[in-house]
Design a protein around this ligand. Structure first.
Ligand code: PEP
Ligand code: MN
Length: 358
């Protein structure tokens, strides 16, 4: 084929493309008009009987060279685009999205603001074991100017034979210590039935990784007036985390902090793989503050400080780390909790890096 022939055919193709474009847009205008008529008369936008009729009609008129199945596939895409055009743009945006609310959400925990541009540390033992244990950690935190106290009372353990937590007694211990030292209590609740009871003890309800898609729990915490720390599931995509948070906000609770805590990958050098890029993605896609849990993501004490630096450097609003007076005898997560001296040097290094100023 000569170059002229090729050029001529290409010219015709360009013309056909423009005609198709005009026809597709003409179809879009008609679909919009139909959408208006339907919404005025209260009819549903998607009508499967009508769609089947259109596909049959297309099949009847198909003279090739495309197979009918191919043509129908293309038309189904066009139908879908038409339906999307009918939808109210605003309705499609998630409540947690930046598109819906451009300004940052700042969660105020008794004066400790998360998401206002400052950096916060959340610390405390993996599990609440006793009043003395929690008090010792909390006191060292308070001496360092840190008021956000975490501790697990309901522990979602892999094995049913492992320590399951002190339950309500654990919440009572956390509350007592926090009241004595003017601190803020963060603890995980695993069952929707316990949410109301927990309101008397907690300042922040934590939704753990294993419950990240427990939609009944998400709806329950969405309906109460208490901030929620929402962790990413260990096999959740960023989109699934965002939609989980949407469950909470859709029920009216706007005080949500997202937490990247590592995801499961094939890498075995760390307990989970810290997905550090989730932080700027979540900050970009949502208006919610973002925390990084360096303990559960790495599962390694030696990586807590470098990953905390990475978290603050990339824009995290807060970092969570576990601290125990004597990690060697801790009832859970003994390998990665810091003792109090290690916690102090962790903070000193972070301050020296200039990334944490408090
Ligand atoms: C925790 O923070 O106590 C915890 C169990 O973490 P995760 O849900 O992220 O595993
Ligand atoms: Mn732990």
């Amino acid at each position: 084929m000569s170059n002229e022939q090729l050029d001529a055919l290409r010219e015709q193709l360009d013309e056909v493309n423009v005609k198709l474009l005009e026809q597709i847009n003409e179809r879009g205008r008609l679909v919009r008009e139909i959408g208006d008529v339907k919404s005025k008369s209260g009819q549903k936008r998607f009508d499967p009987v009508r769609e089947r009729h259109m596909l049959d009609h297309i099949a009847e008129h198909n003279e090739g060279p495309f197979y009918t199945s191919t043509v129908q596939h293309i038309f189904k895409q066009i139908f879908q685009a038409g339906l999307e055009l009918q939808e109210d743009d605003n309705r499609k945006e998630l409540l947690v999205s930046r598109k819906k609310k451009p300004e940052d959400t700042i969660v105020d925990l008794k004066g400790e603001k998360i998401g206002d541009g400052s950096q916060r540390i959340v610390a405390g033992p993996c599990s609440v074991e006793s009043y003395e244990q929690v008090y010792e950690v909390a006191k060292s935190m308070k001496n360092q100017g840190i008021r956000l106290l975490r501790g697990g009372a309901f522990k979602p353990r892999t094995s049913p034979y492992d320590f399951q937590g002190l339950g309500k007694e654990g919440l009572e211990i956390l509350r007592r210590v926090a009241d004595e030292l003017d601190m803020v209590v963060i603890s995980e609740i695993v069952s929707p039935q316990d949410v109301e009871m927990a309101l008397d003890y907690l300042d922040v309800i934590q939704v753990g990784a294993r419950n990240s898609q427990n939609f009944e729990l998400l709806k329950e915490v969405g309906g109460v007036d208490k901030p929620v720390l929402m962790k990413r599931g260990m096999s959740s995509t960023i989109d699934e985390l965002i939609k989980g948070a949407e469950y909470i906000l859709a029920k009216g609770n706007e005080n949500i902090i997202l937490c990247e805590r590592g995801i499961r990958t094939y890498e075995k050098a760390t307990r989970n793989t810290l997905d550090i890029s989730a932080v700027p993605i979540l900050k970009k896609e949502t208006h919610l503050p973002v925390m990084v849990d360096v303990t559960h993501s790495t599962g390694r004490r030696d990586l807590l400080e470098p990953t905390a630096r990475a978290a603050f450097a990339i824009g995290a609003d807060a970092v969570m780390a576990e601290v125990h007076p004597d990690p060697a005898v801790a009832l859970s997560d003994s390998a990665q909790q810091m003792d109090i001296a290690q916690f102090e040097s962790f903070l000193d290094s972070l301050r020296a890096s200039g990334l944490y100023k408090y």
